[in-house]
Design a protein around this ligand. Sequence first.
Ligand SMILES: Cc1ncc(COP(=O)(O)O)c(C=O)c1O
Length: 374
Amino acid sequence: MNEKVPFSKPYRSKNEAKFIEQVLHSGKTAGGGKFTQIAQQQIQSSIGGNCLLTNSCTAALEISALLLDIQPGDEVILPSYTFPSTANSFLLRGATIKFVDSQANHPNMDLDHLEELISEKTKAIVPMYYGGVSSDWSRLKTLQEHYKFYIIEEAAQAFGASFKEKPLGSLGDLAVFSFHETKNISCGEGGALIINKRDWNAPAEIIWEKGTNRAAFKRGEIDKYEWVALGSSYVNSELNAAYLVAQLEESSTWLEARKKQWNYYFEQLSCLEEKGVLLPQIPDFANHNAHIFYLVLKSPEELQSLKIHLSENGIDALMHYRCLHKSSYFKEKYVGKPLTNAEKFESRLLRLPLHSDVPLDLIITKITDFFKAR
Ligand SMILES: Cc1ncc(COP(=O)(O)O)c(C=O)c1O
């Protein structure tokens, strides 16, 4: 039997093994070394701000919550259709979470329903960019200027994407990225925090280094380091940084290739719209990064049949998030309105394989065959 087409596969870059070997050879495998600095500079040069490389996007979110000094009673608004880390990081600091619904035609948060959730206790809003698609920043900025809250860009999936000409990650007070194995570019486990407020650079570095001023010590600015604030273990290893540097070197070429695959799926599958299938809707202001190609099926039953049909043909297609407001952890605590769009994406959104070895024509044929037979 032929090998199964996996849903995702990490991109392989030319220099990753060489750079990892250099780190092993140097004997300096902990964080904060040469490759961490190179990766941070590479990310800063494409996004701006100040970058701290972290061991995950979750870590970057947790640093954000500490930097904002979230306290019990503070409210944080985020979409329900996202990964648990988006909520956990603020709940860990005692925040009250308010979940906003997705848009009818896109999993991103619905800005039409955001304003009704804002109160004088709102400390932060966390727009998650599903599939690397930007939220409408003209509207977010207007709301921020009026109500005065912080914005943390939840850009776990959005490296390389932009709002108009502005890179995602450059617009919020803070931004977080993931370089987990499943992301466009990856290093096993890894992430980044972008700090766009100069005053926060020093405190962020202390939180990142377990609440100590070790980073300043390593730069030779002080002669010993000590515990100076609350923090945790958020620094990534040099091995992951070396892997990431090799990936970052090729990120624009890979992004271009991925976009071609995404566009091909879109062109070849747009005929399904007449069968009631929704394809990804990209607003004019968003320049996305082809992170996810998905179909929104007419019903949960149609999704299950297509998923089984693809699996029987050796193709791994996956659903995505379980809505957080209905999760086993949160459902008893949730007090808001039904979030029907988020629930629709939970039960009807199916992601198709997208990686360097993806047999696009085979997958497209199997999908169109499925719909011909219906
Ligand atoms: C939107 C979102 N945020 C955060 C994360 C967590 O990322 P990490 O595994 O880098 O902590 C994920 C995981 O895929 C995610 O999808």
